[in-house]
Design a protein around this ligand. Structure first.
Ligand SMILES: NC(=O)c1ccc[n+]([C@@H]2O[C@H](COP(=O)([O-])OP(=O)(O)OC[C@H]3O[C@@H](n4cnc5c(N)ncnc54)[C@H](O)[C@@H]3O)[C@@H](O)[C@H]2O)c1
Length: 407
């Protein structure tokens, strides 16, 4: 019998989550093409298929959120305001969306920052006296999801709004020390994304952080993951402008052209953009988008990344990049490009891919950070390179090696 797998989305009522829910319903009915799904593509698809991956029709959705907007309404918004989902999607999959809605539980907003606190609604928050109590509640929700739906396995993906940065230099390096801070709300340096990560890992469920928030990206939580033999990966899905940067920067490096400056202006208008409009929250995203060039180029050109919320654009992210570079005898030249991408439609298939791939890693006995998934992220944990081509080759080689182990 096909194993039943759960996909638990934190941020389950957001734009990406609603697109995952509609996309999954469409895939189950054979009504959606697999375009955009890396694990269904020509290079990786045949290798993944031999490993008996999660089947879309056996995937059950659940999640946490701190708002009450029903998934159908979130889907309608994408559809009507932005054309980010095909017209009629919310109506066509109303039953599936309502079913997923019933599995969404109140979330945790511990030290989540002002813009997220403004989003929270009464009745959508777990009241927990300490971070440890919040973790235990999240874990109880995850285990109830698995039991109530007769699930063989569950993957947790963090899709919550971006939190302000955490000073990682001040975090204890050992789990034993970090764990002690969880019983004291005032002394705990973590934010909600990390509490979700700890809960998933303690429940033995692989954890993916698709956002720039800290999540599981610190030594102590990685130590916990390795102790519990659980896989984790992140952070910050690489879907648009940064994807282009990590494709183009290697070209400048290979041709020995010197990049003098790289400026990227981003505008978009969904709820993510609204949260990122707050300077505390924006700092996390700008850092994530701005850090990719030096490791590829081997030096640090002058860079500027701006992100502004322009409401009328909804989910359609527009990015203008201006690259000033020089060649032989110092002759200066310019590359300018415009990217217009639909954020949720770019992100949702990658969430499904990541669920499949981290589930494969877990089933093959891996533990800790799954490094071959680096190409999916802007700030990959433990990555050896930021070059997208090299990352893609590493991913294919890794899946091929799992095939070797399977045969
Ligand atoms: N769309 C992309 O291409 C892309 C790429 C990389 C990263 N991301 C990141 O993914 C995340 C989700 O993006 P989105 O467009 O779906 O945003 P969104 O604002 O539509 O959805 C976020 C959801 O998370 C919920 N939420 C916030 N804090 C929470 C908490 N502590 N617990 C539970 N739920 C919480 C919000 O209520 C909301 O429903 C953002 O952090 C974004 O920066 C998106």
């Amino acid at each position: 019998m096909t194993p039943r797998t759960g996909l638990w989305l934190v941020g389950a009522r957001g734009g990406i989550a609603a697109t995952v829910a509609v996309g999954l319903a469409a895939l189950k009915q054979g009504a959606a093409a697999t375009t955009g799904l890396v694990t269904e593509g020509p290079r990786l698809g045949p290798l993944v298929e031999r490993l008996d991956p999660i089947r879309w029709d056996s995937l059950v959705l659940g999640g946490h959120d701190i708002r009450s907007t029903p998934l159908a309404e979130a889907a309608r918004l994408l559809e009507n305001q932005n054309g980010a989902l095909p017209h009629g999607s919310a109506a066509a999959y109303a039953d599936e969306l309502a079913e997923a809605d019933r599995r969404i539980r109140p979330g945790v907003a511990f030290r989540s920052g002002p813009a997220i606190e403004r989003l929270t609604e009464a009745g959508c928050l777990h009241e927990a006296a300490t971070p440890r109590a919040a973790i235990d509640q999240i874990r109880a929700d995850l285990e109830a999801f698995a039991a109530d739906n007769s699930l063989d396995r569950v993957v947790v993906v963090f899709l919550g709004s971006t939190e302000p940065p955490v000073d990682t230099a001040s975090l204890p390096a050992r789990w034993e020390e970090l764990g002690k801070t969880l019983s004291d709300s005032a002394g705990c340096p973590l934010r909600a994304s990390s509490l979700y990560a700890i809960a998933a890992i303690e429940a033995g469920m692989p954890f993916v952080n698709f956002t720039p928030s800290l999540g599981s990206d610190c030594e102590a939580i990685d130590e916990l993951a390795r102790q519990r033999a659980v896989c984790h990966a992140g952070r910050d899905g690489k879907t648009g402008e940064t994807l282009l940067k990590t494709v183009l920067a290697p070209m400048f490096a290979e041709r020995n052209l010197e990049v003098m400056s790289w400026v990227g202006h981003n505008i978009f208008g969904n709820r993510d953009g609204e949260v990122l409009d707050d300077p505390e929250h924006k700092a996390t995203k700008v850092h994530s988008k701005d850090a990719v060039l030096p490791p590829i180029l081997g030096y640090a050109p002058q860079t500027l990344v701006s992100i502004e919320s322009i409401r009328s654009l909804g989910d359609w992210k527009t990015a203008w990049d201006h690259v000033h570079f020089r060649g032989f005898m110092g002759v200066p030249m310019t590359l300018q490009l415009t990217w217009q991408g639909c954020d949720s439609a770019l992100a949702a298939p990658l969430v499904l891919d990541l669920a499949r791939l981290i589930d494969l890693a877990q089933r093959h006995g891996e533990a800790g950070v799954v490094r071959p998934l680096a190409g999916f992220f802007k700030s990959p944990m433990g990555a050896s390179t930021s070059d997208f081509g090299a990352q893609s080759r590493e991913l294919v080689d890794w899946v091929a090696s799992l095939n070797g182990a399977a045969s």
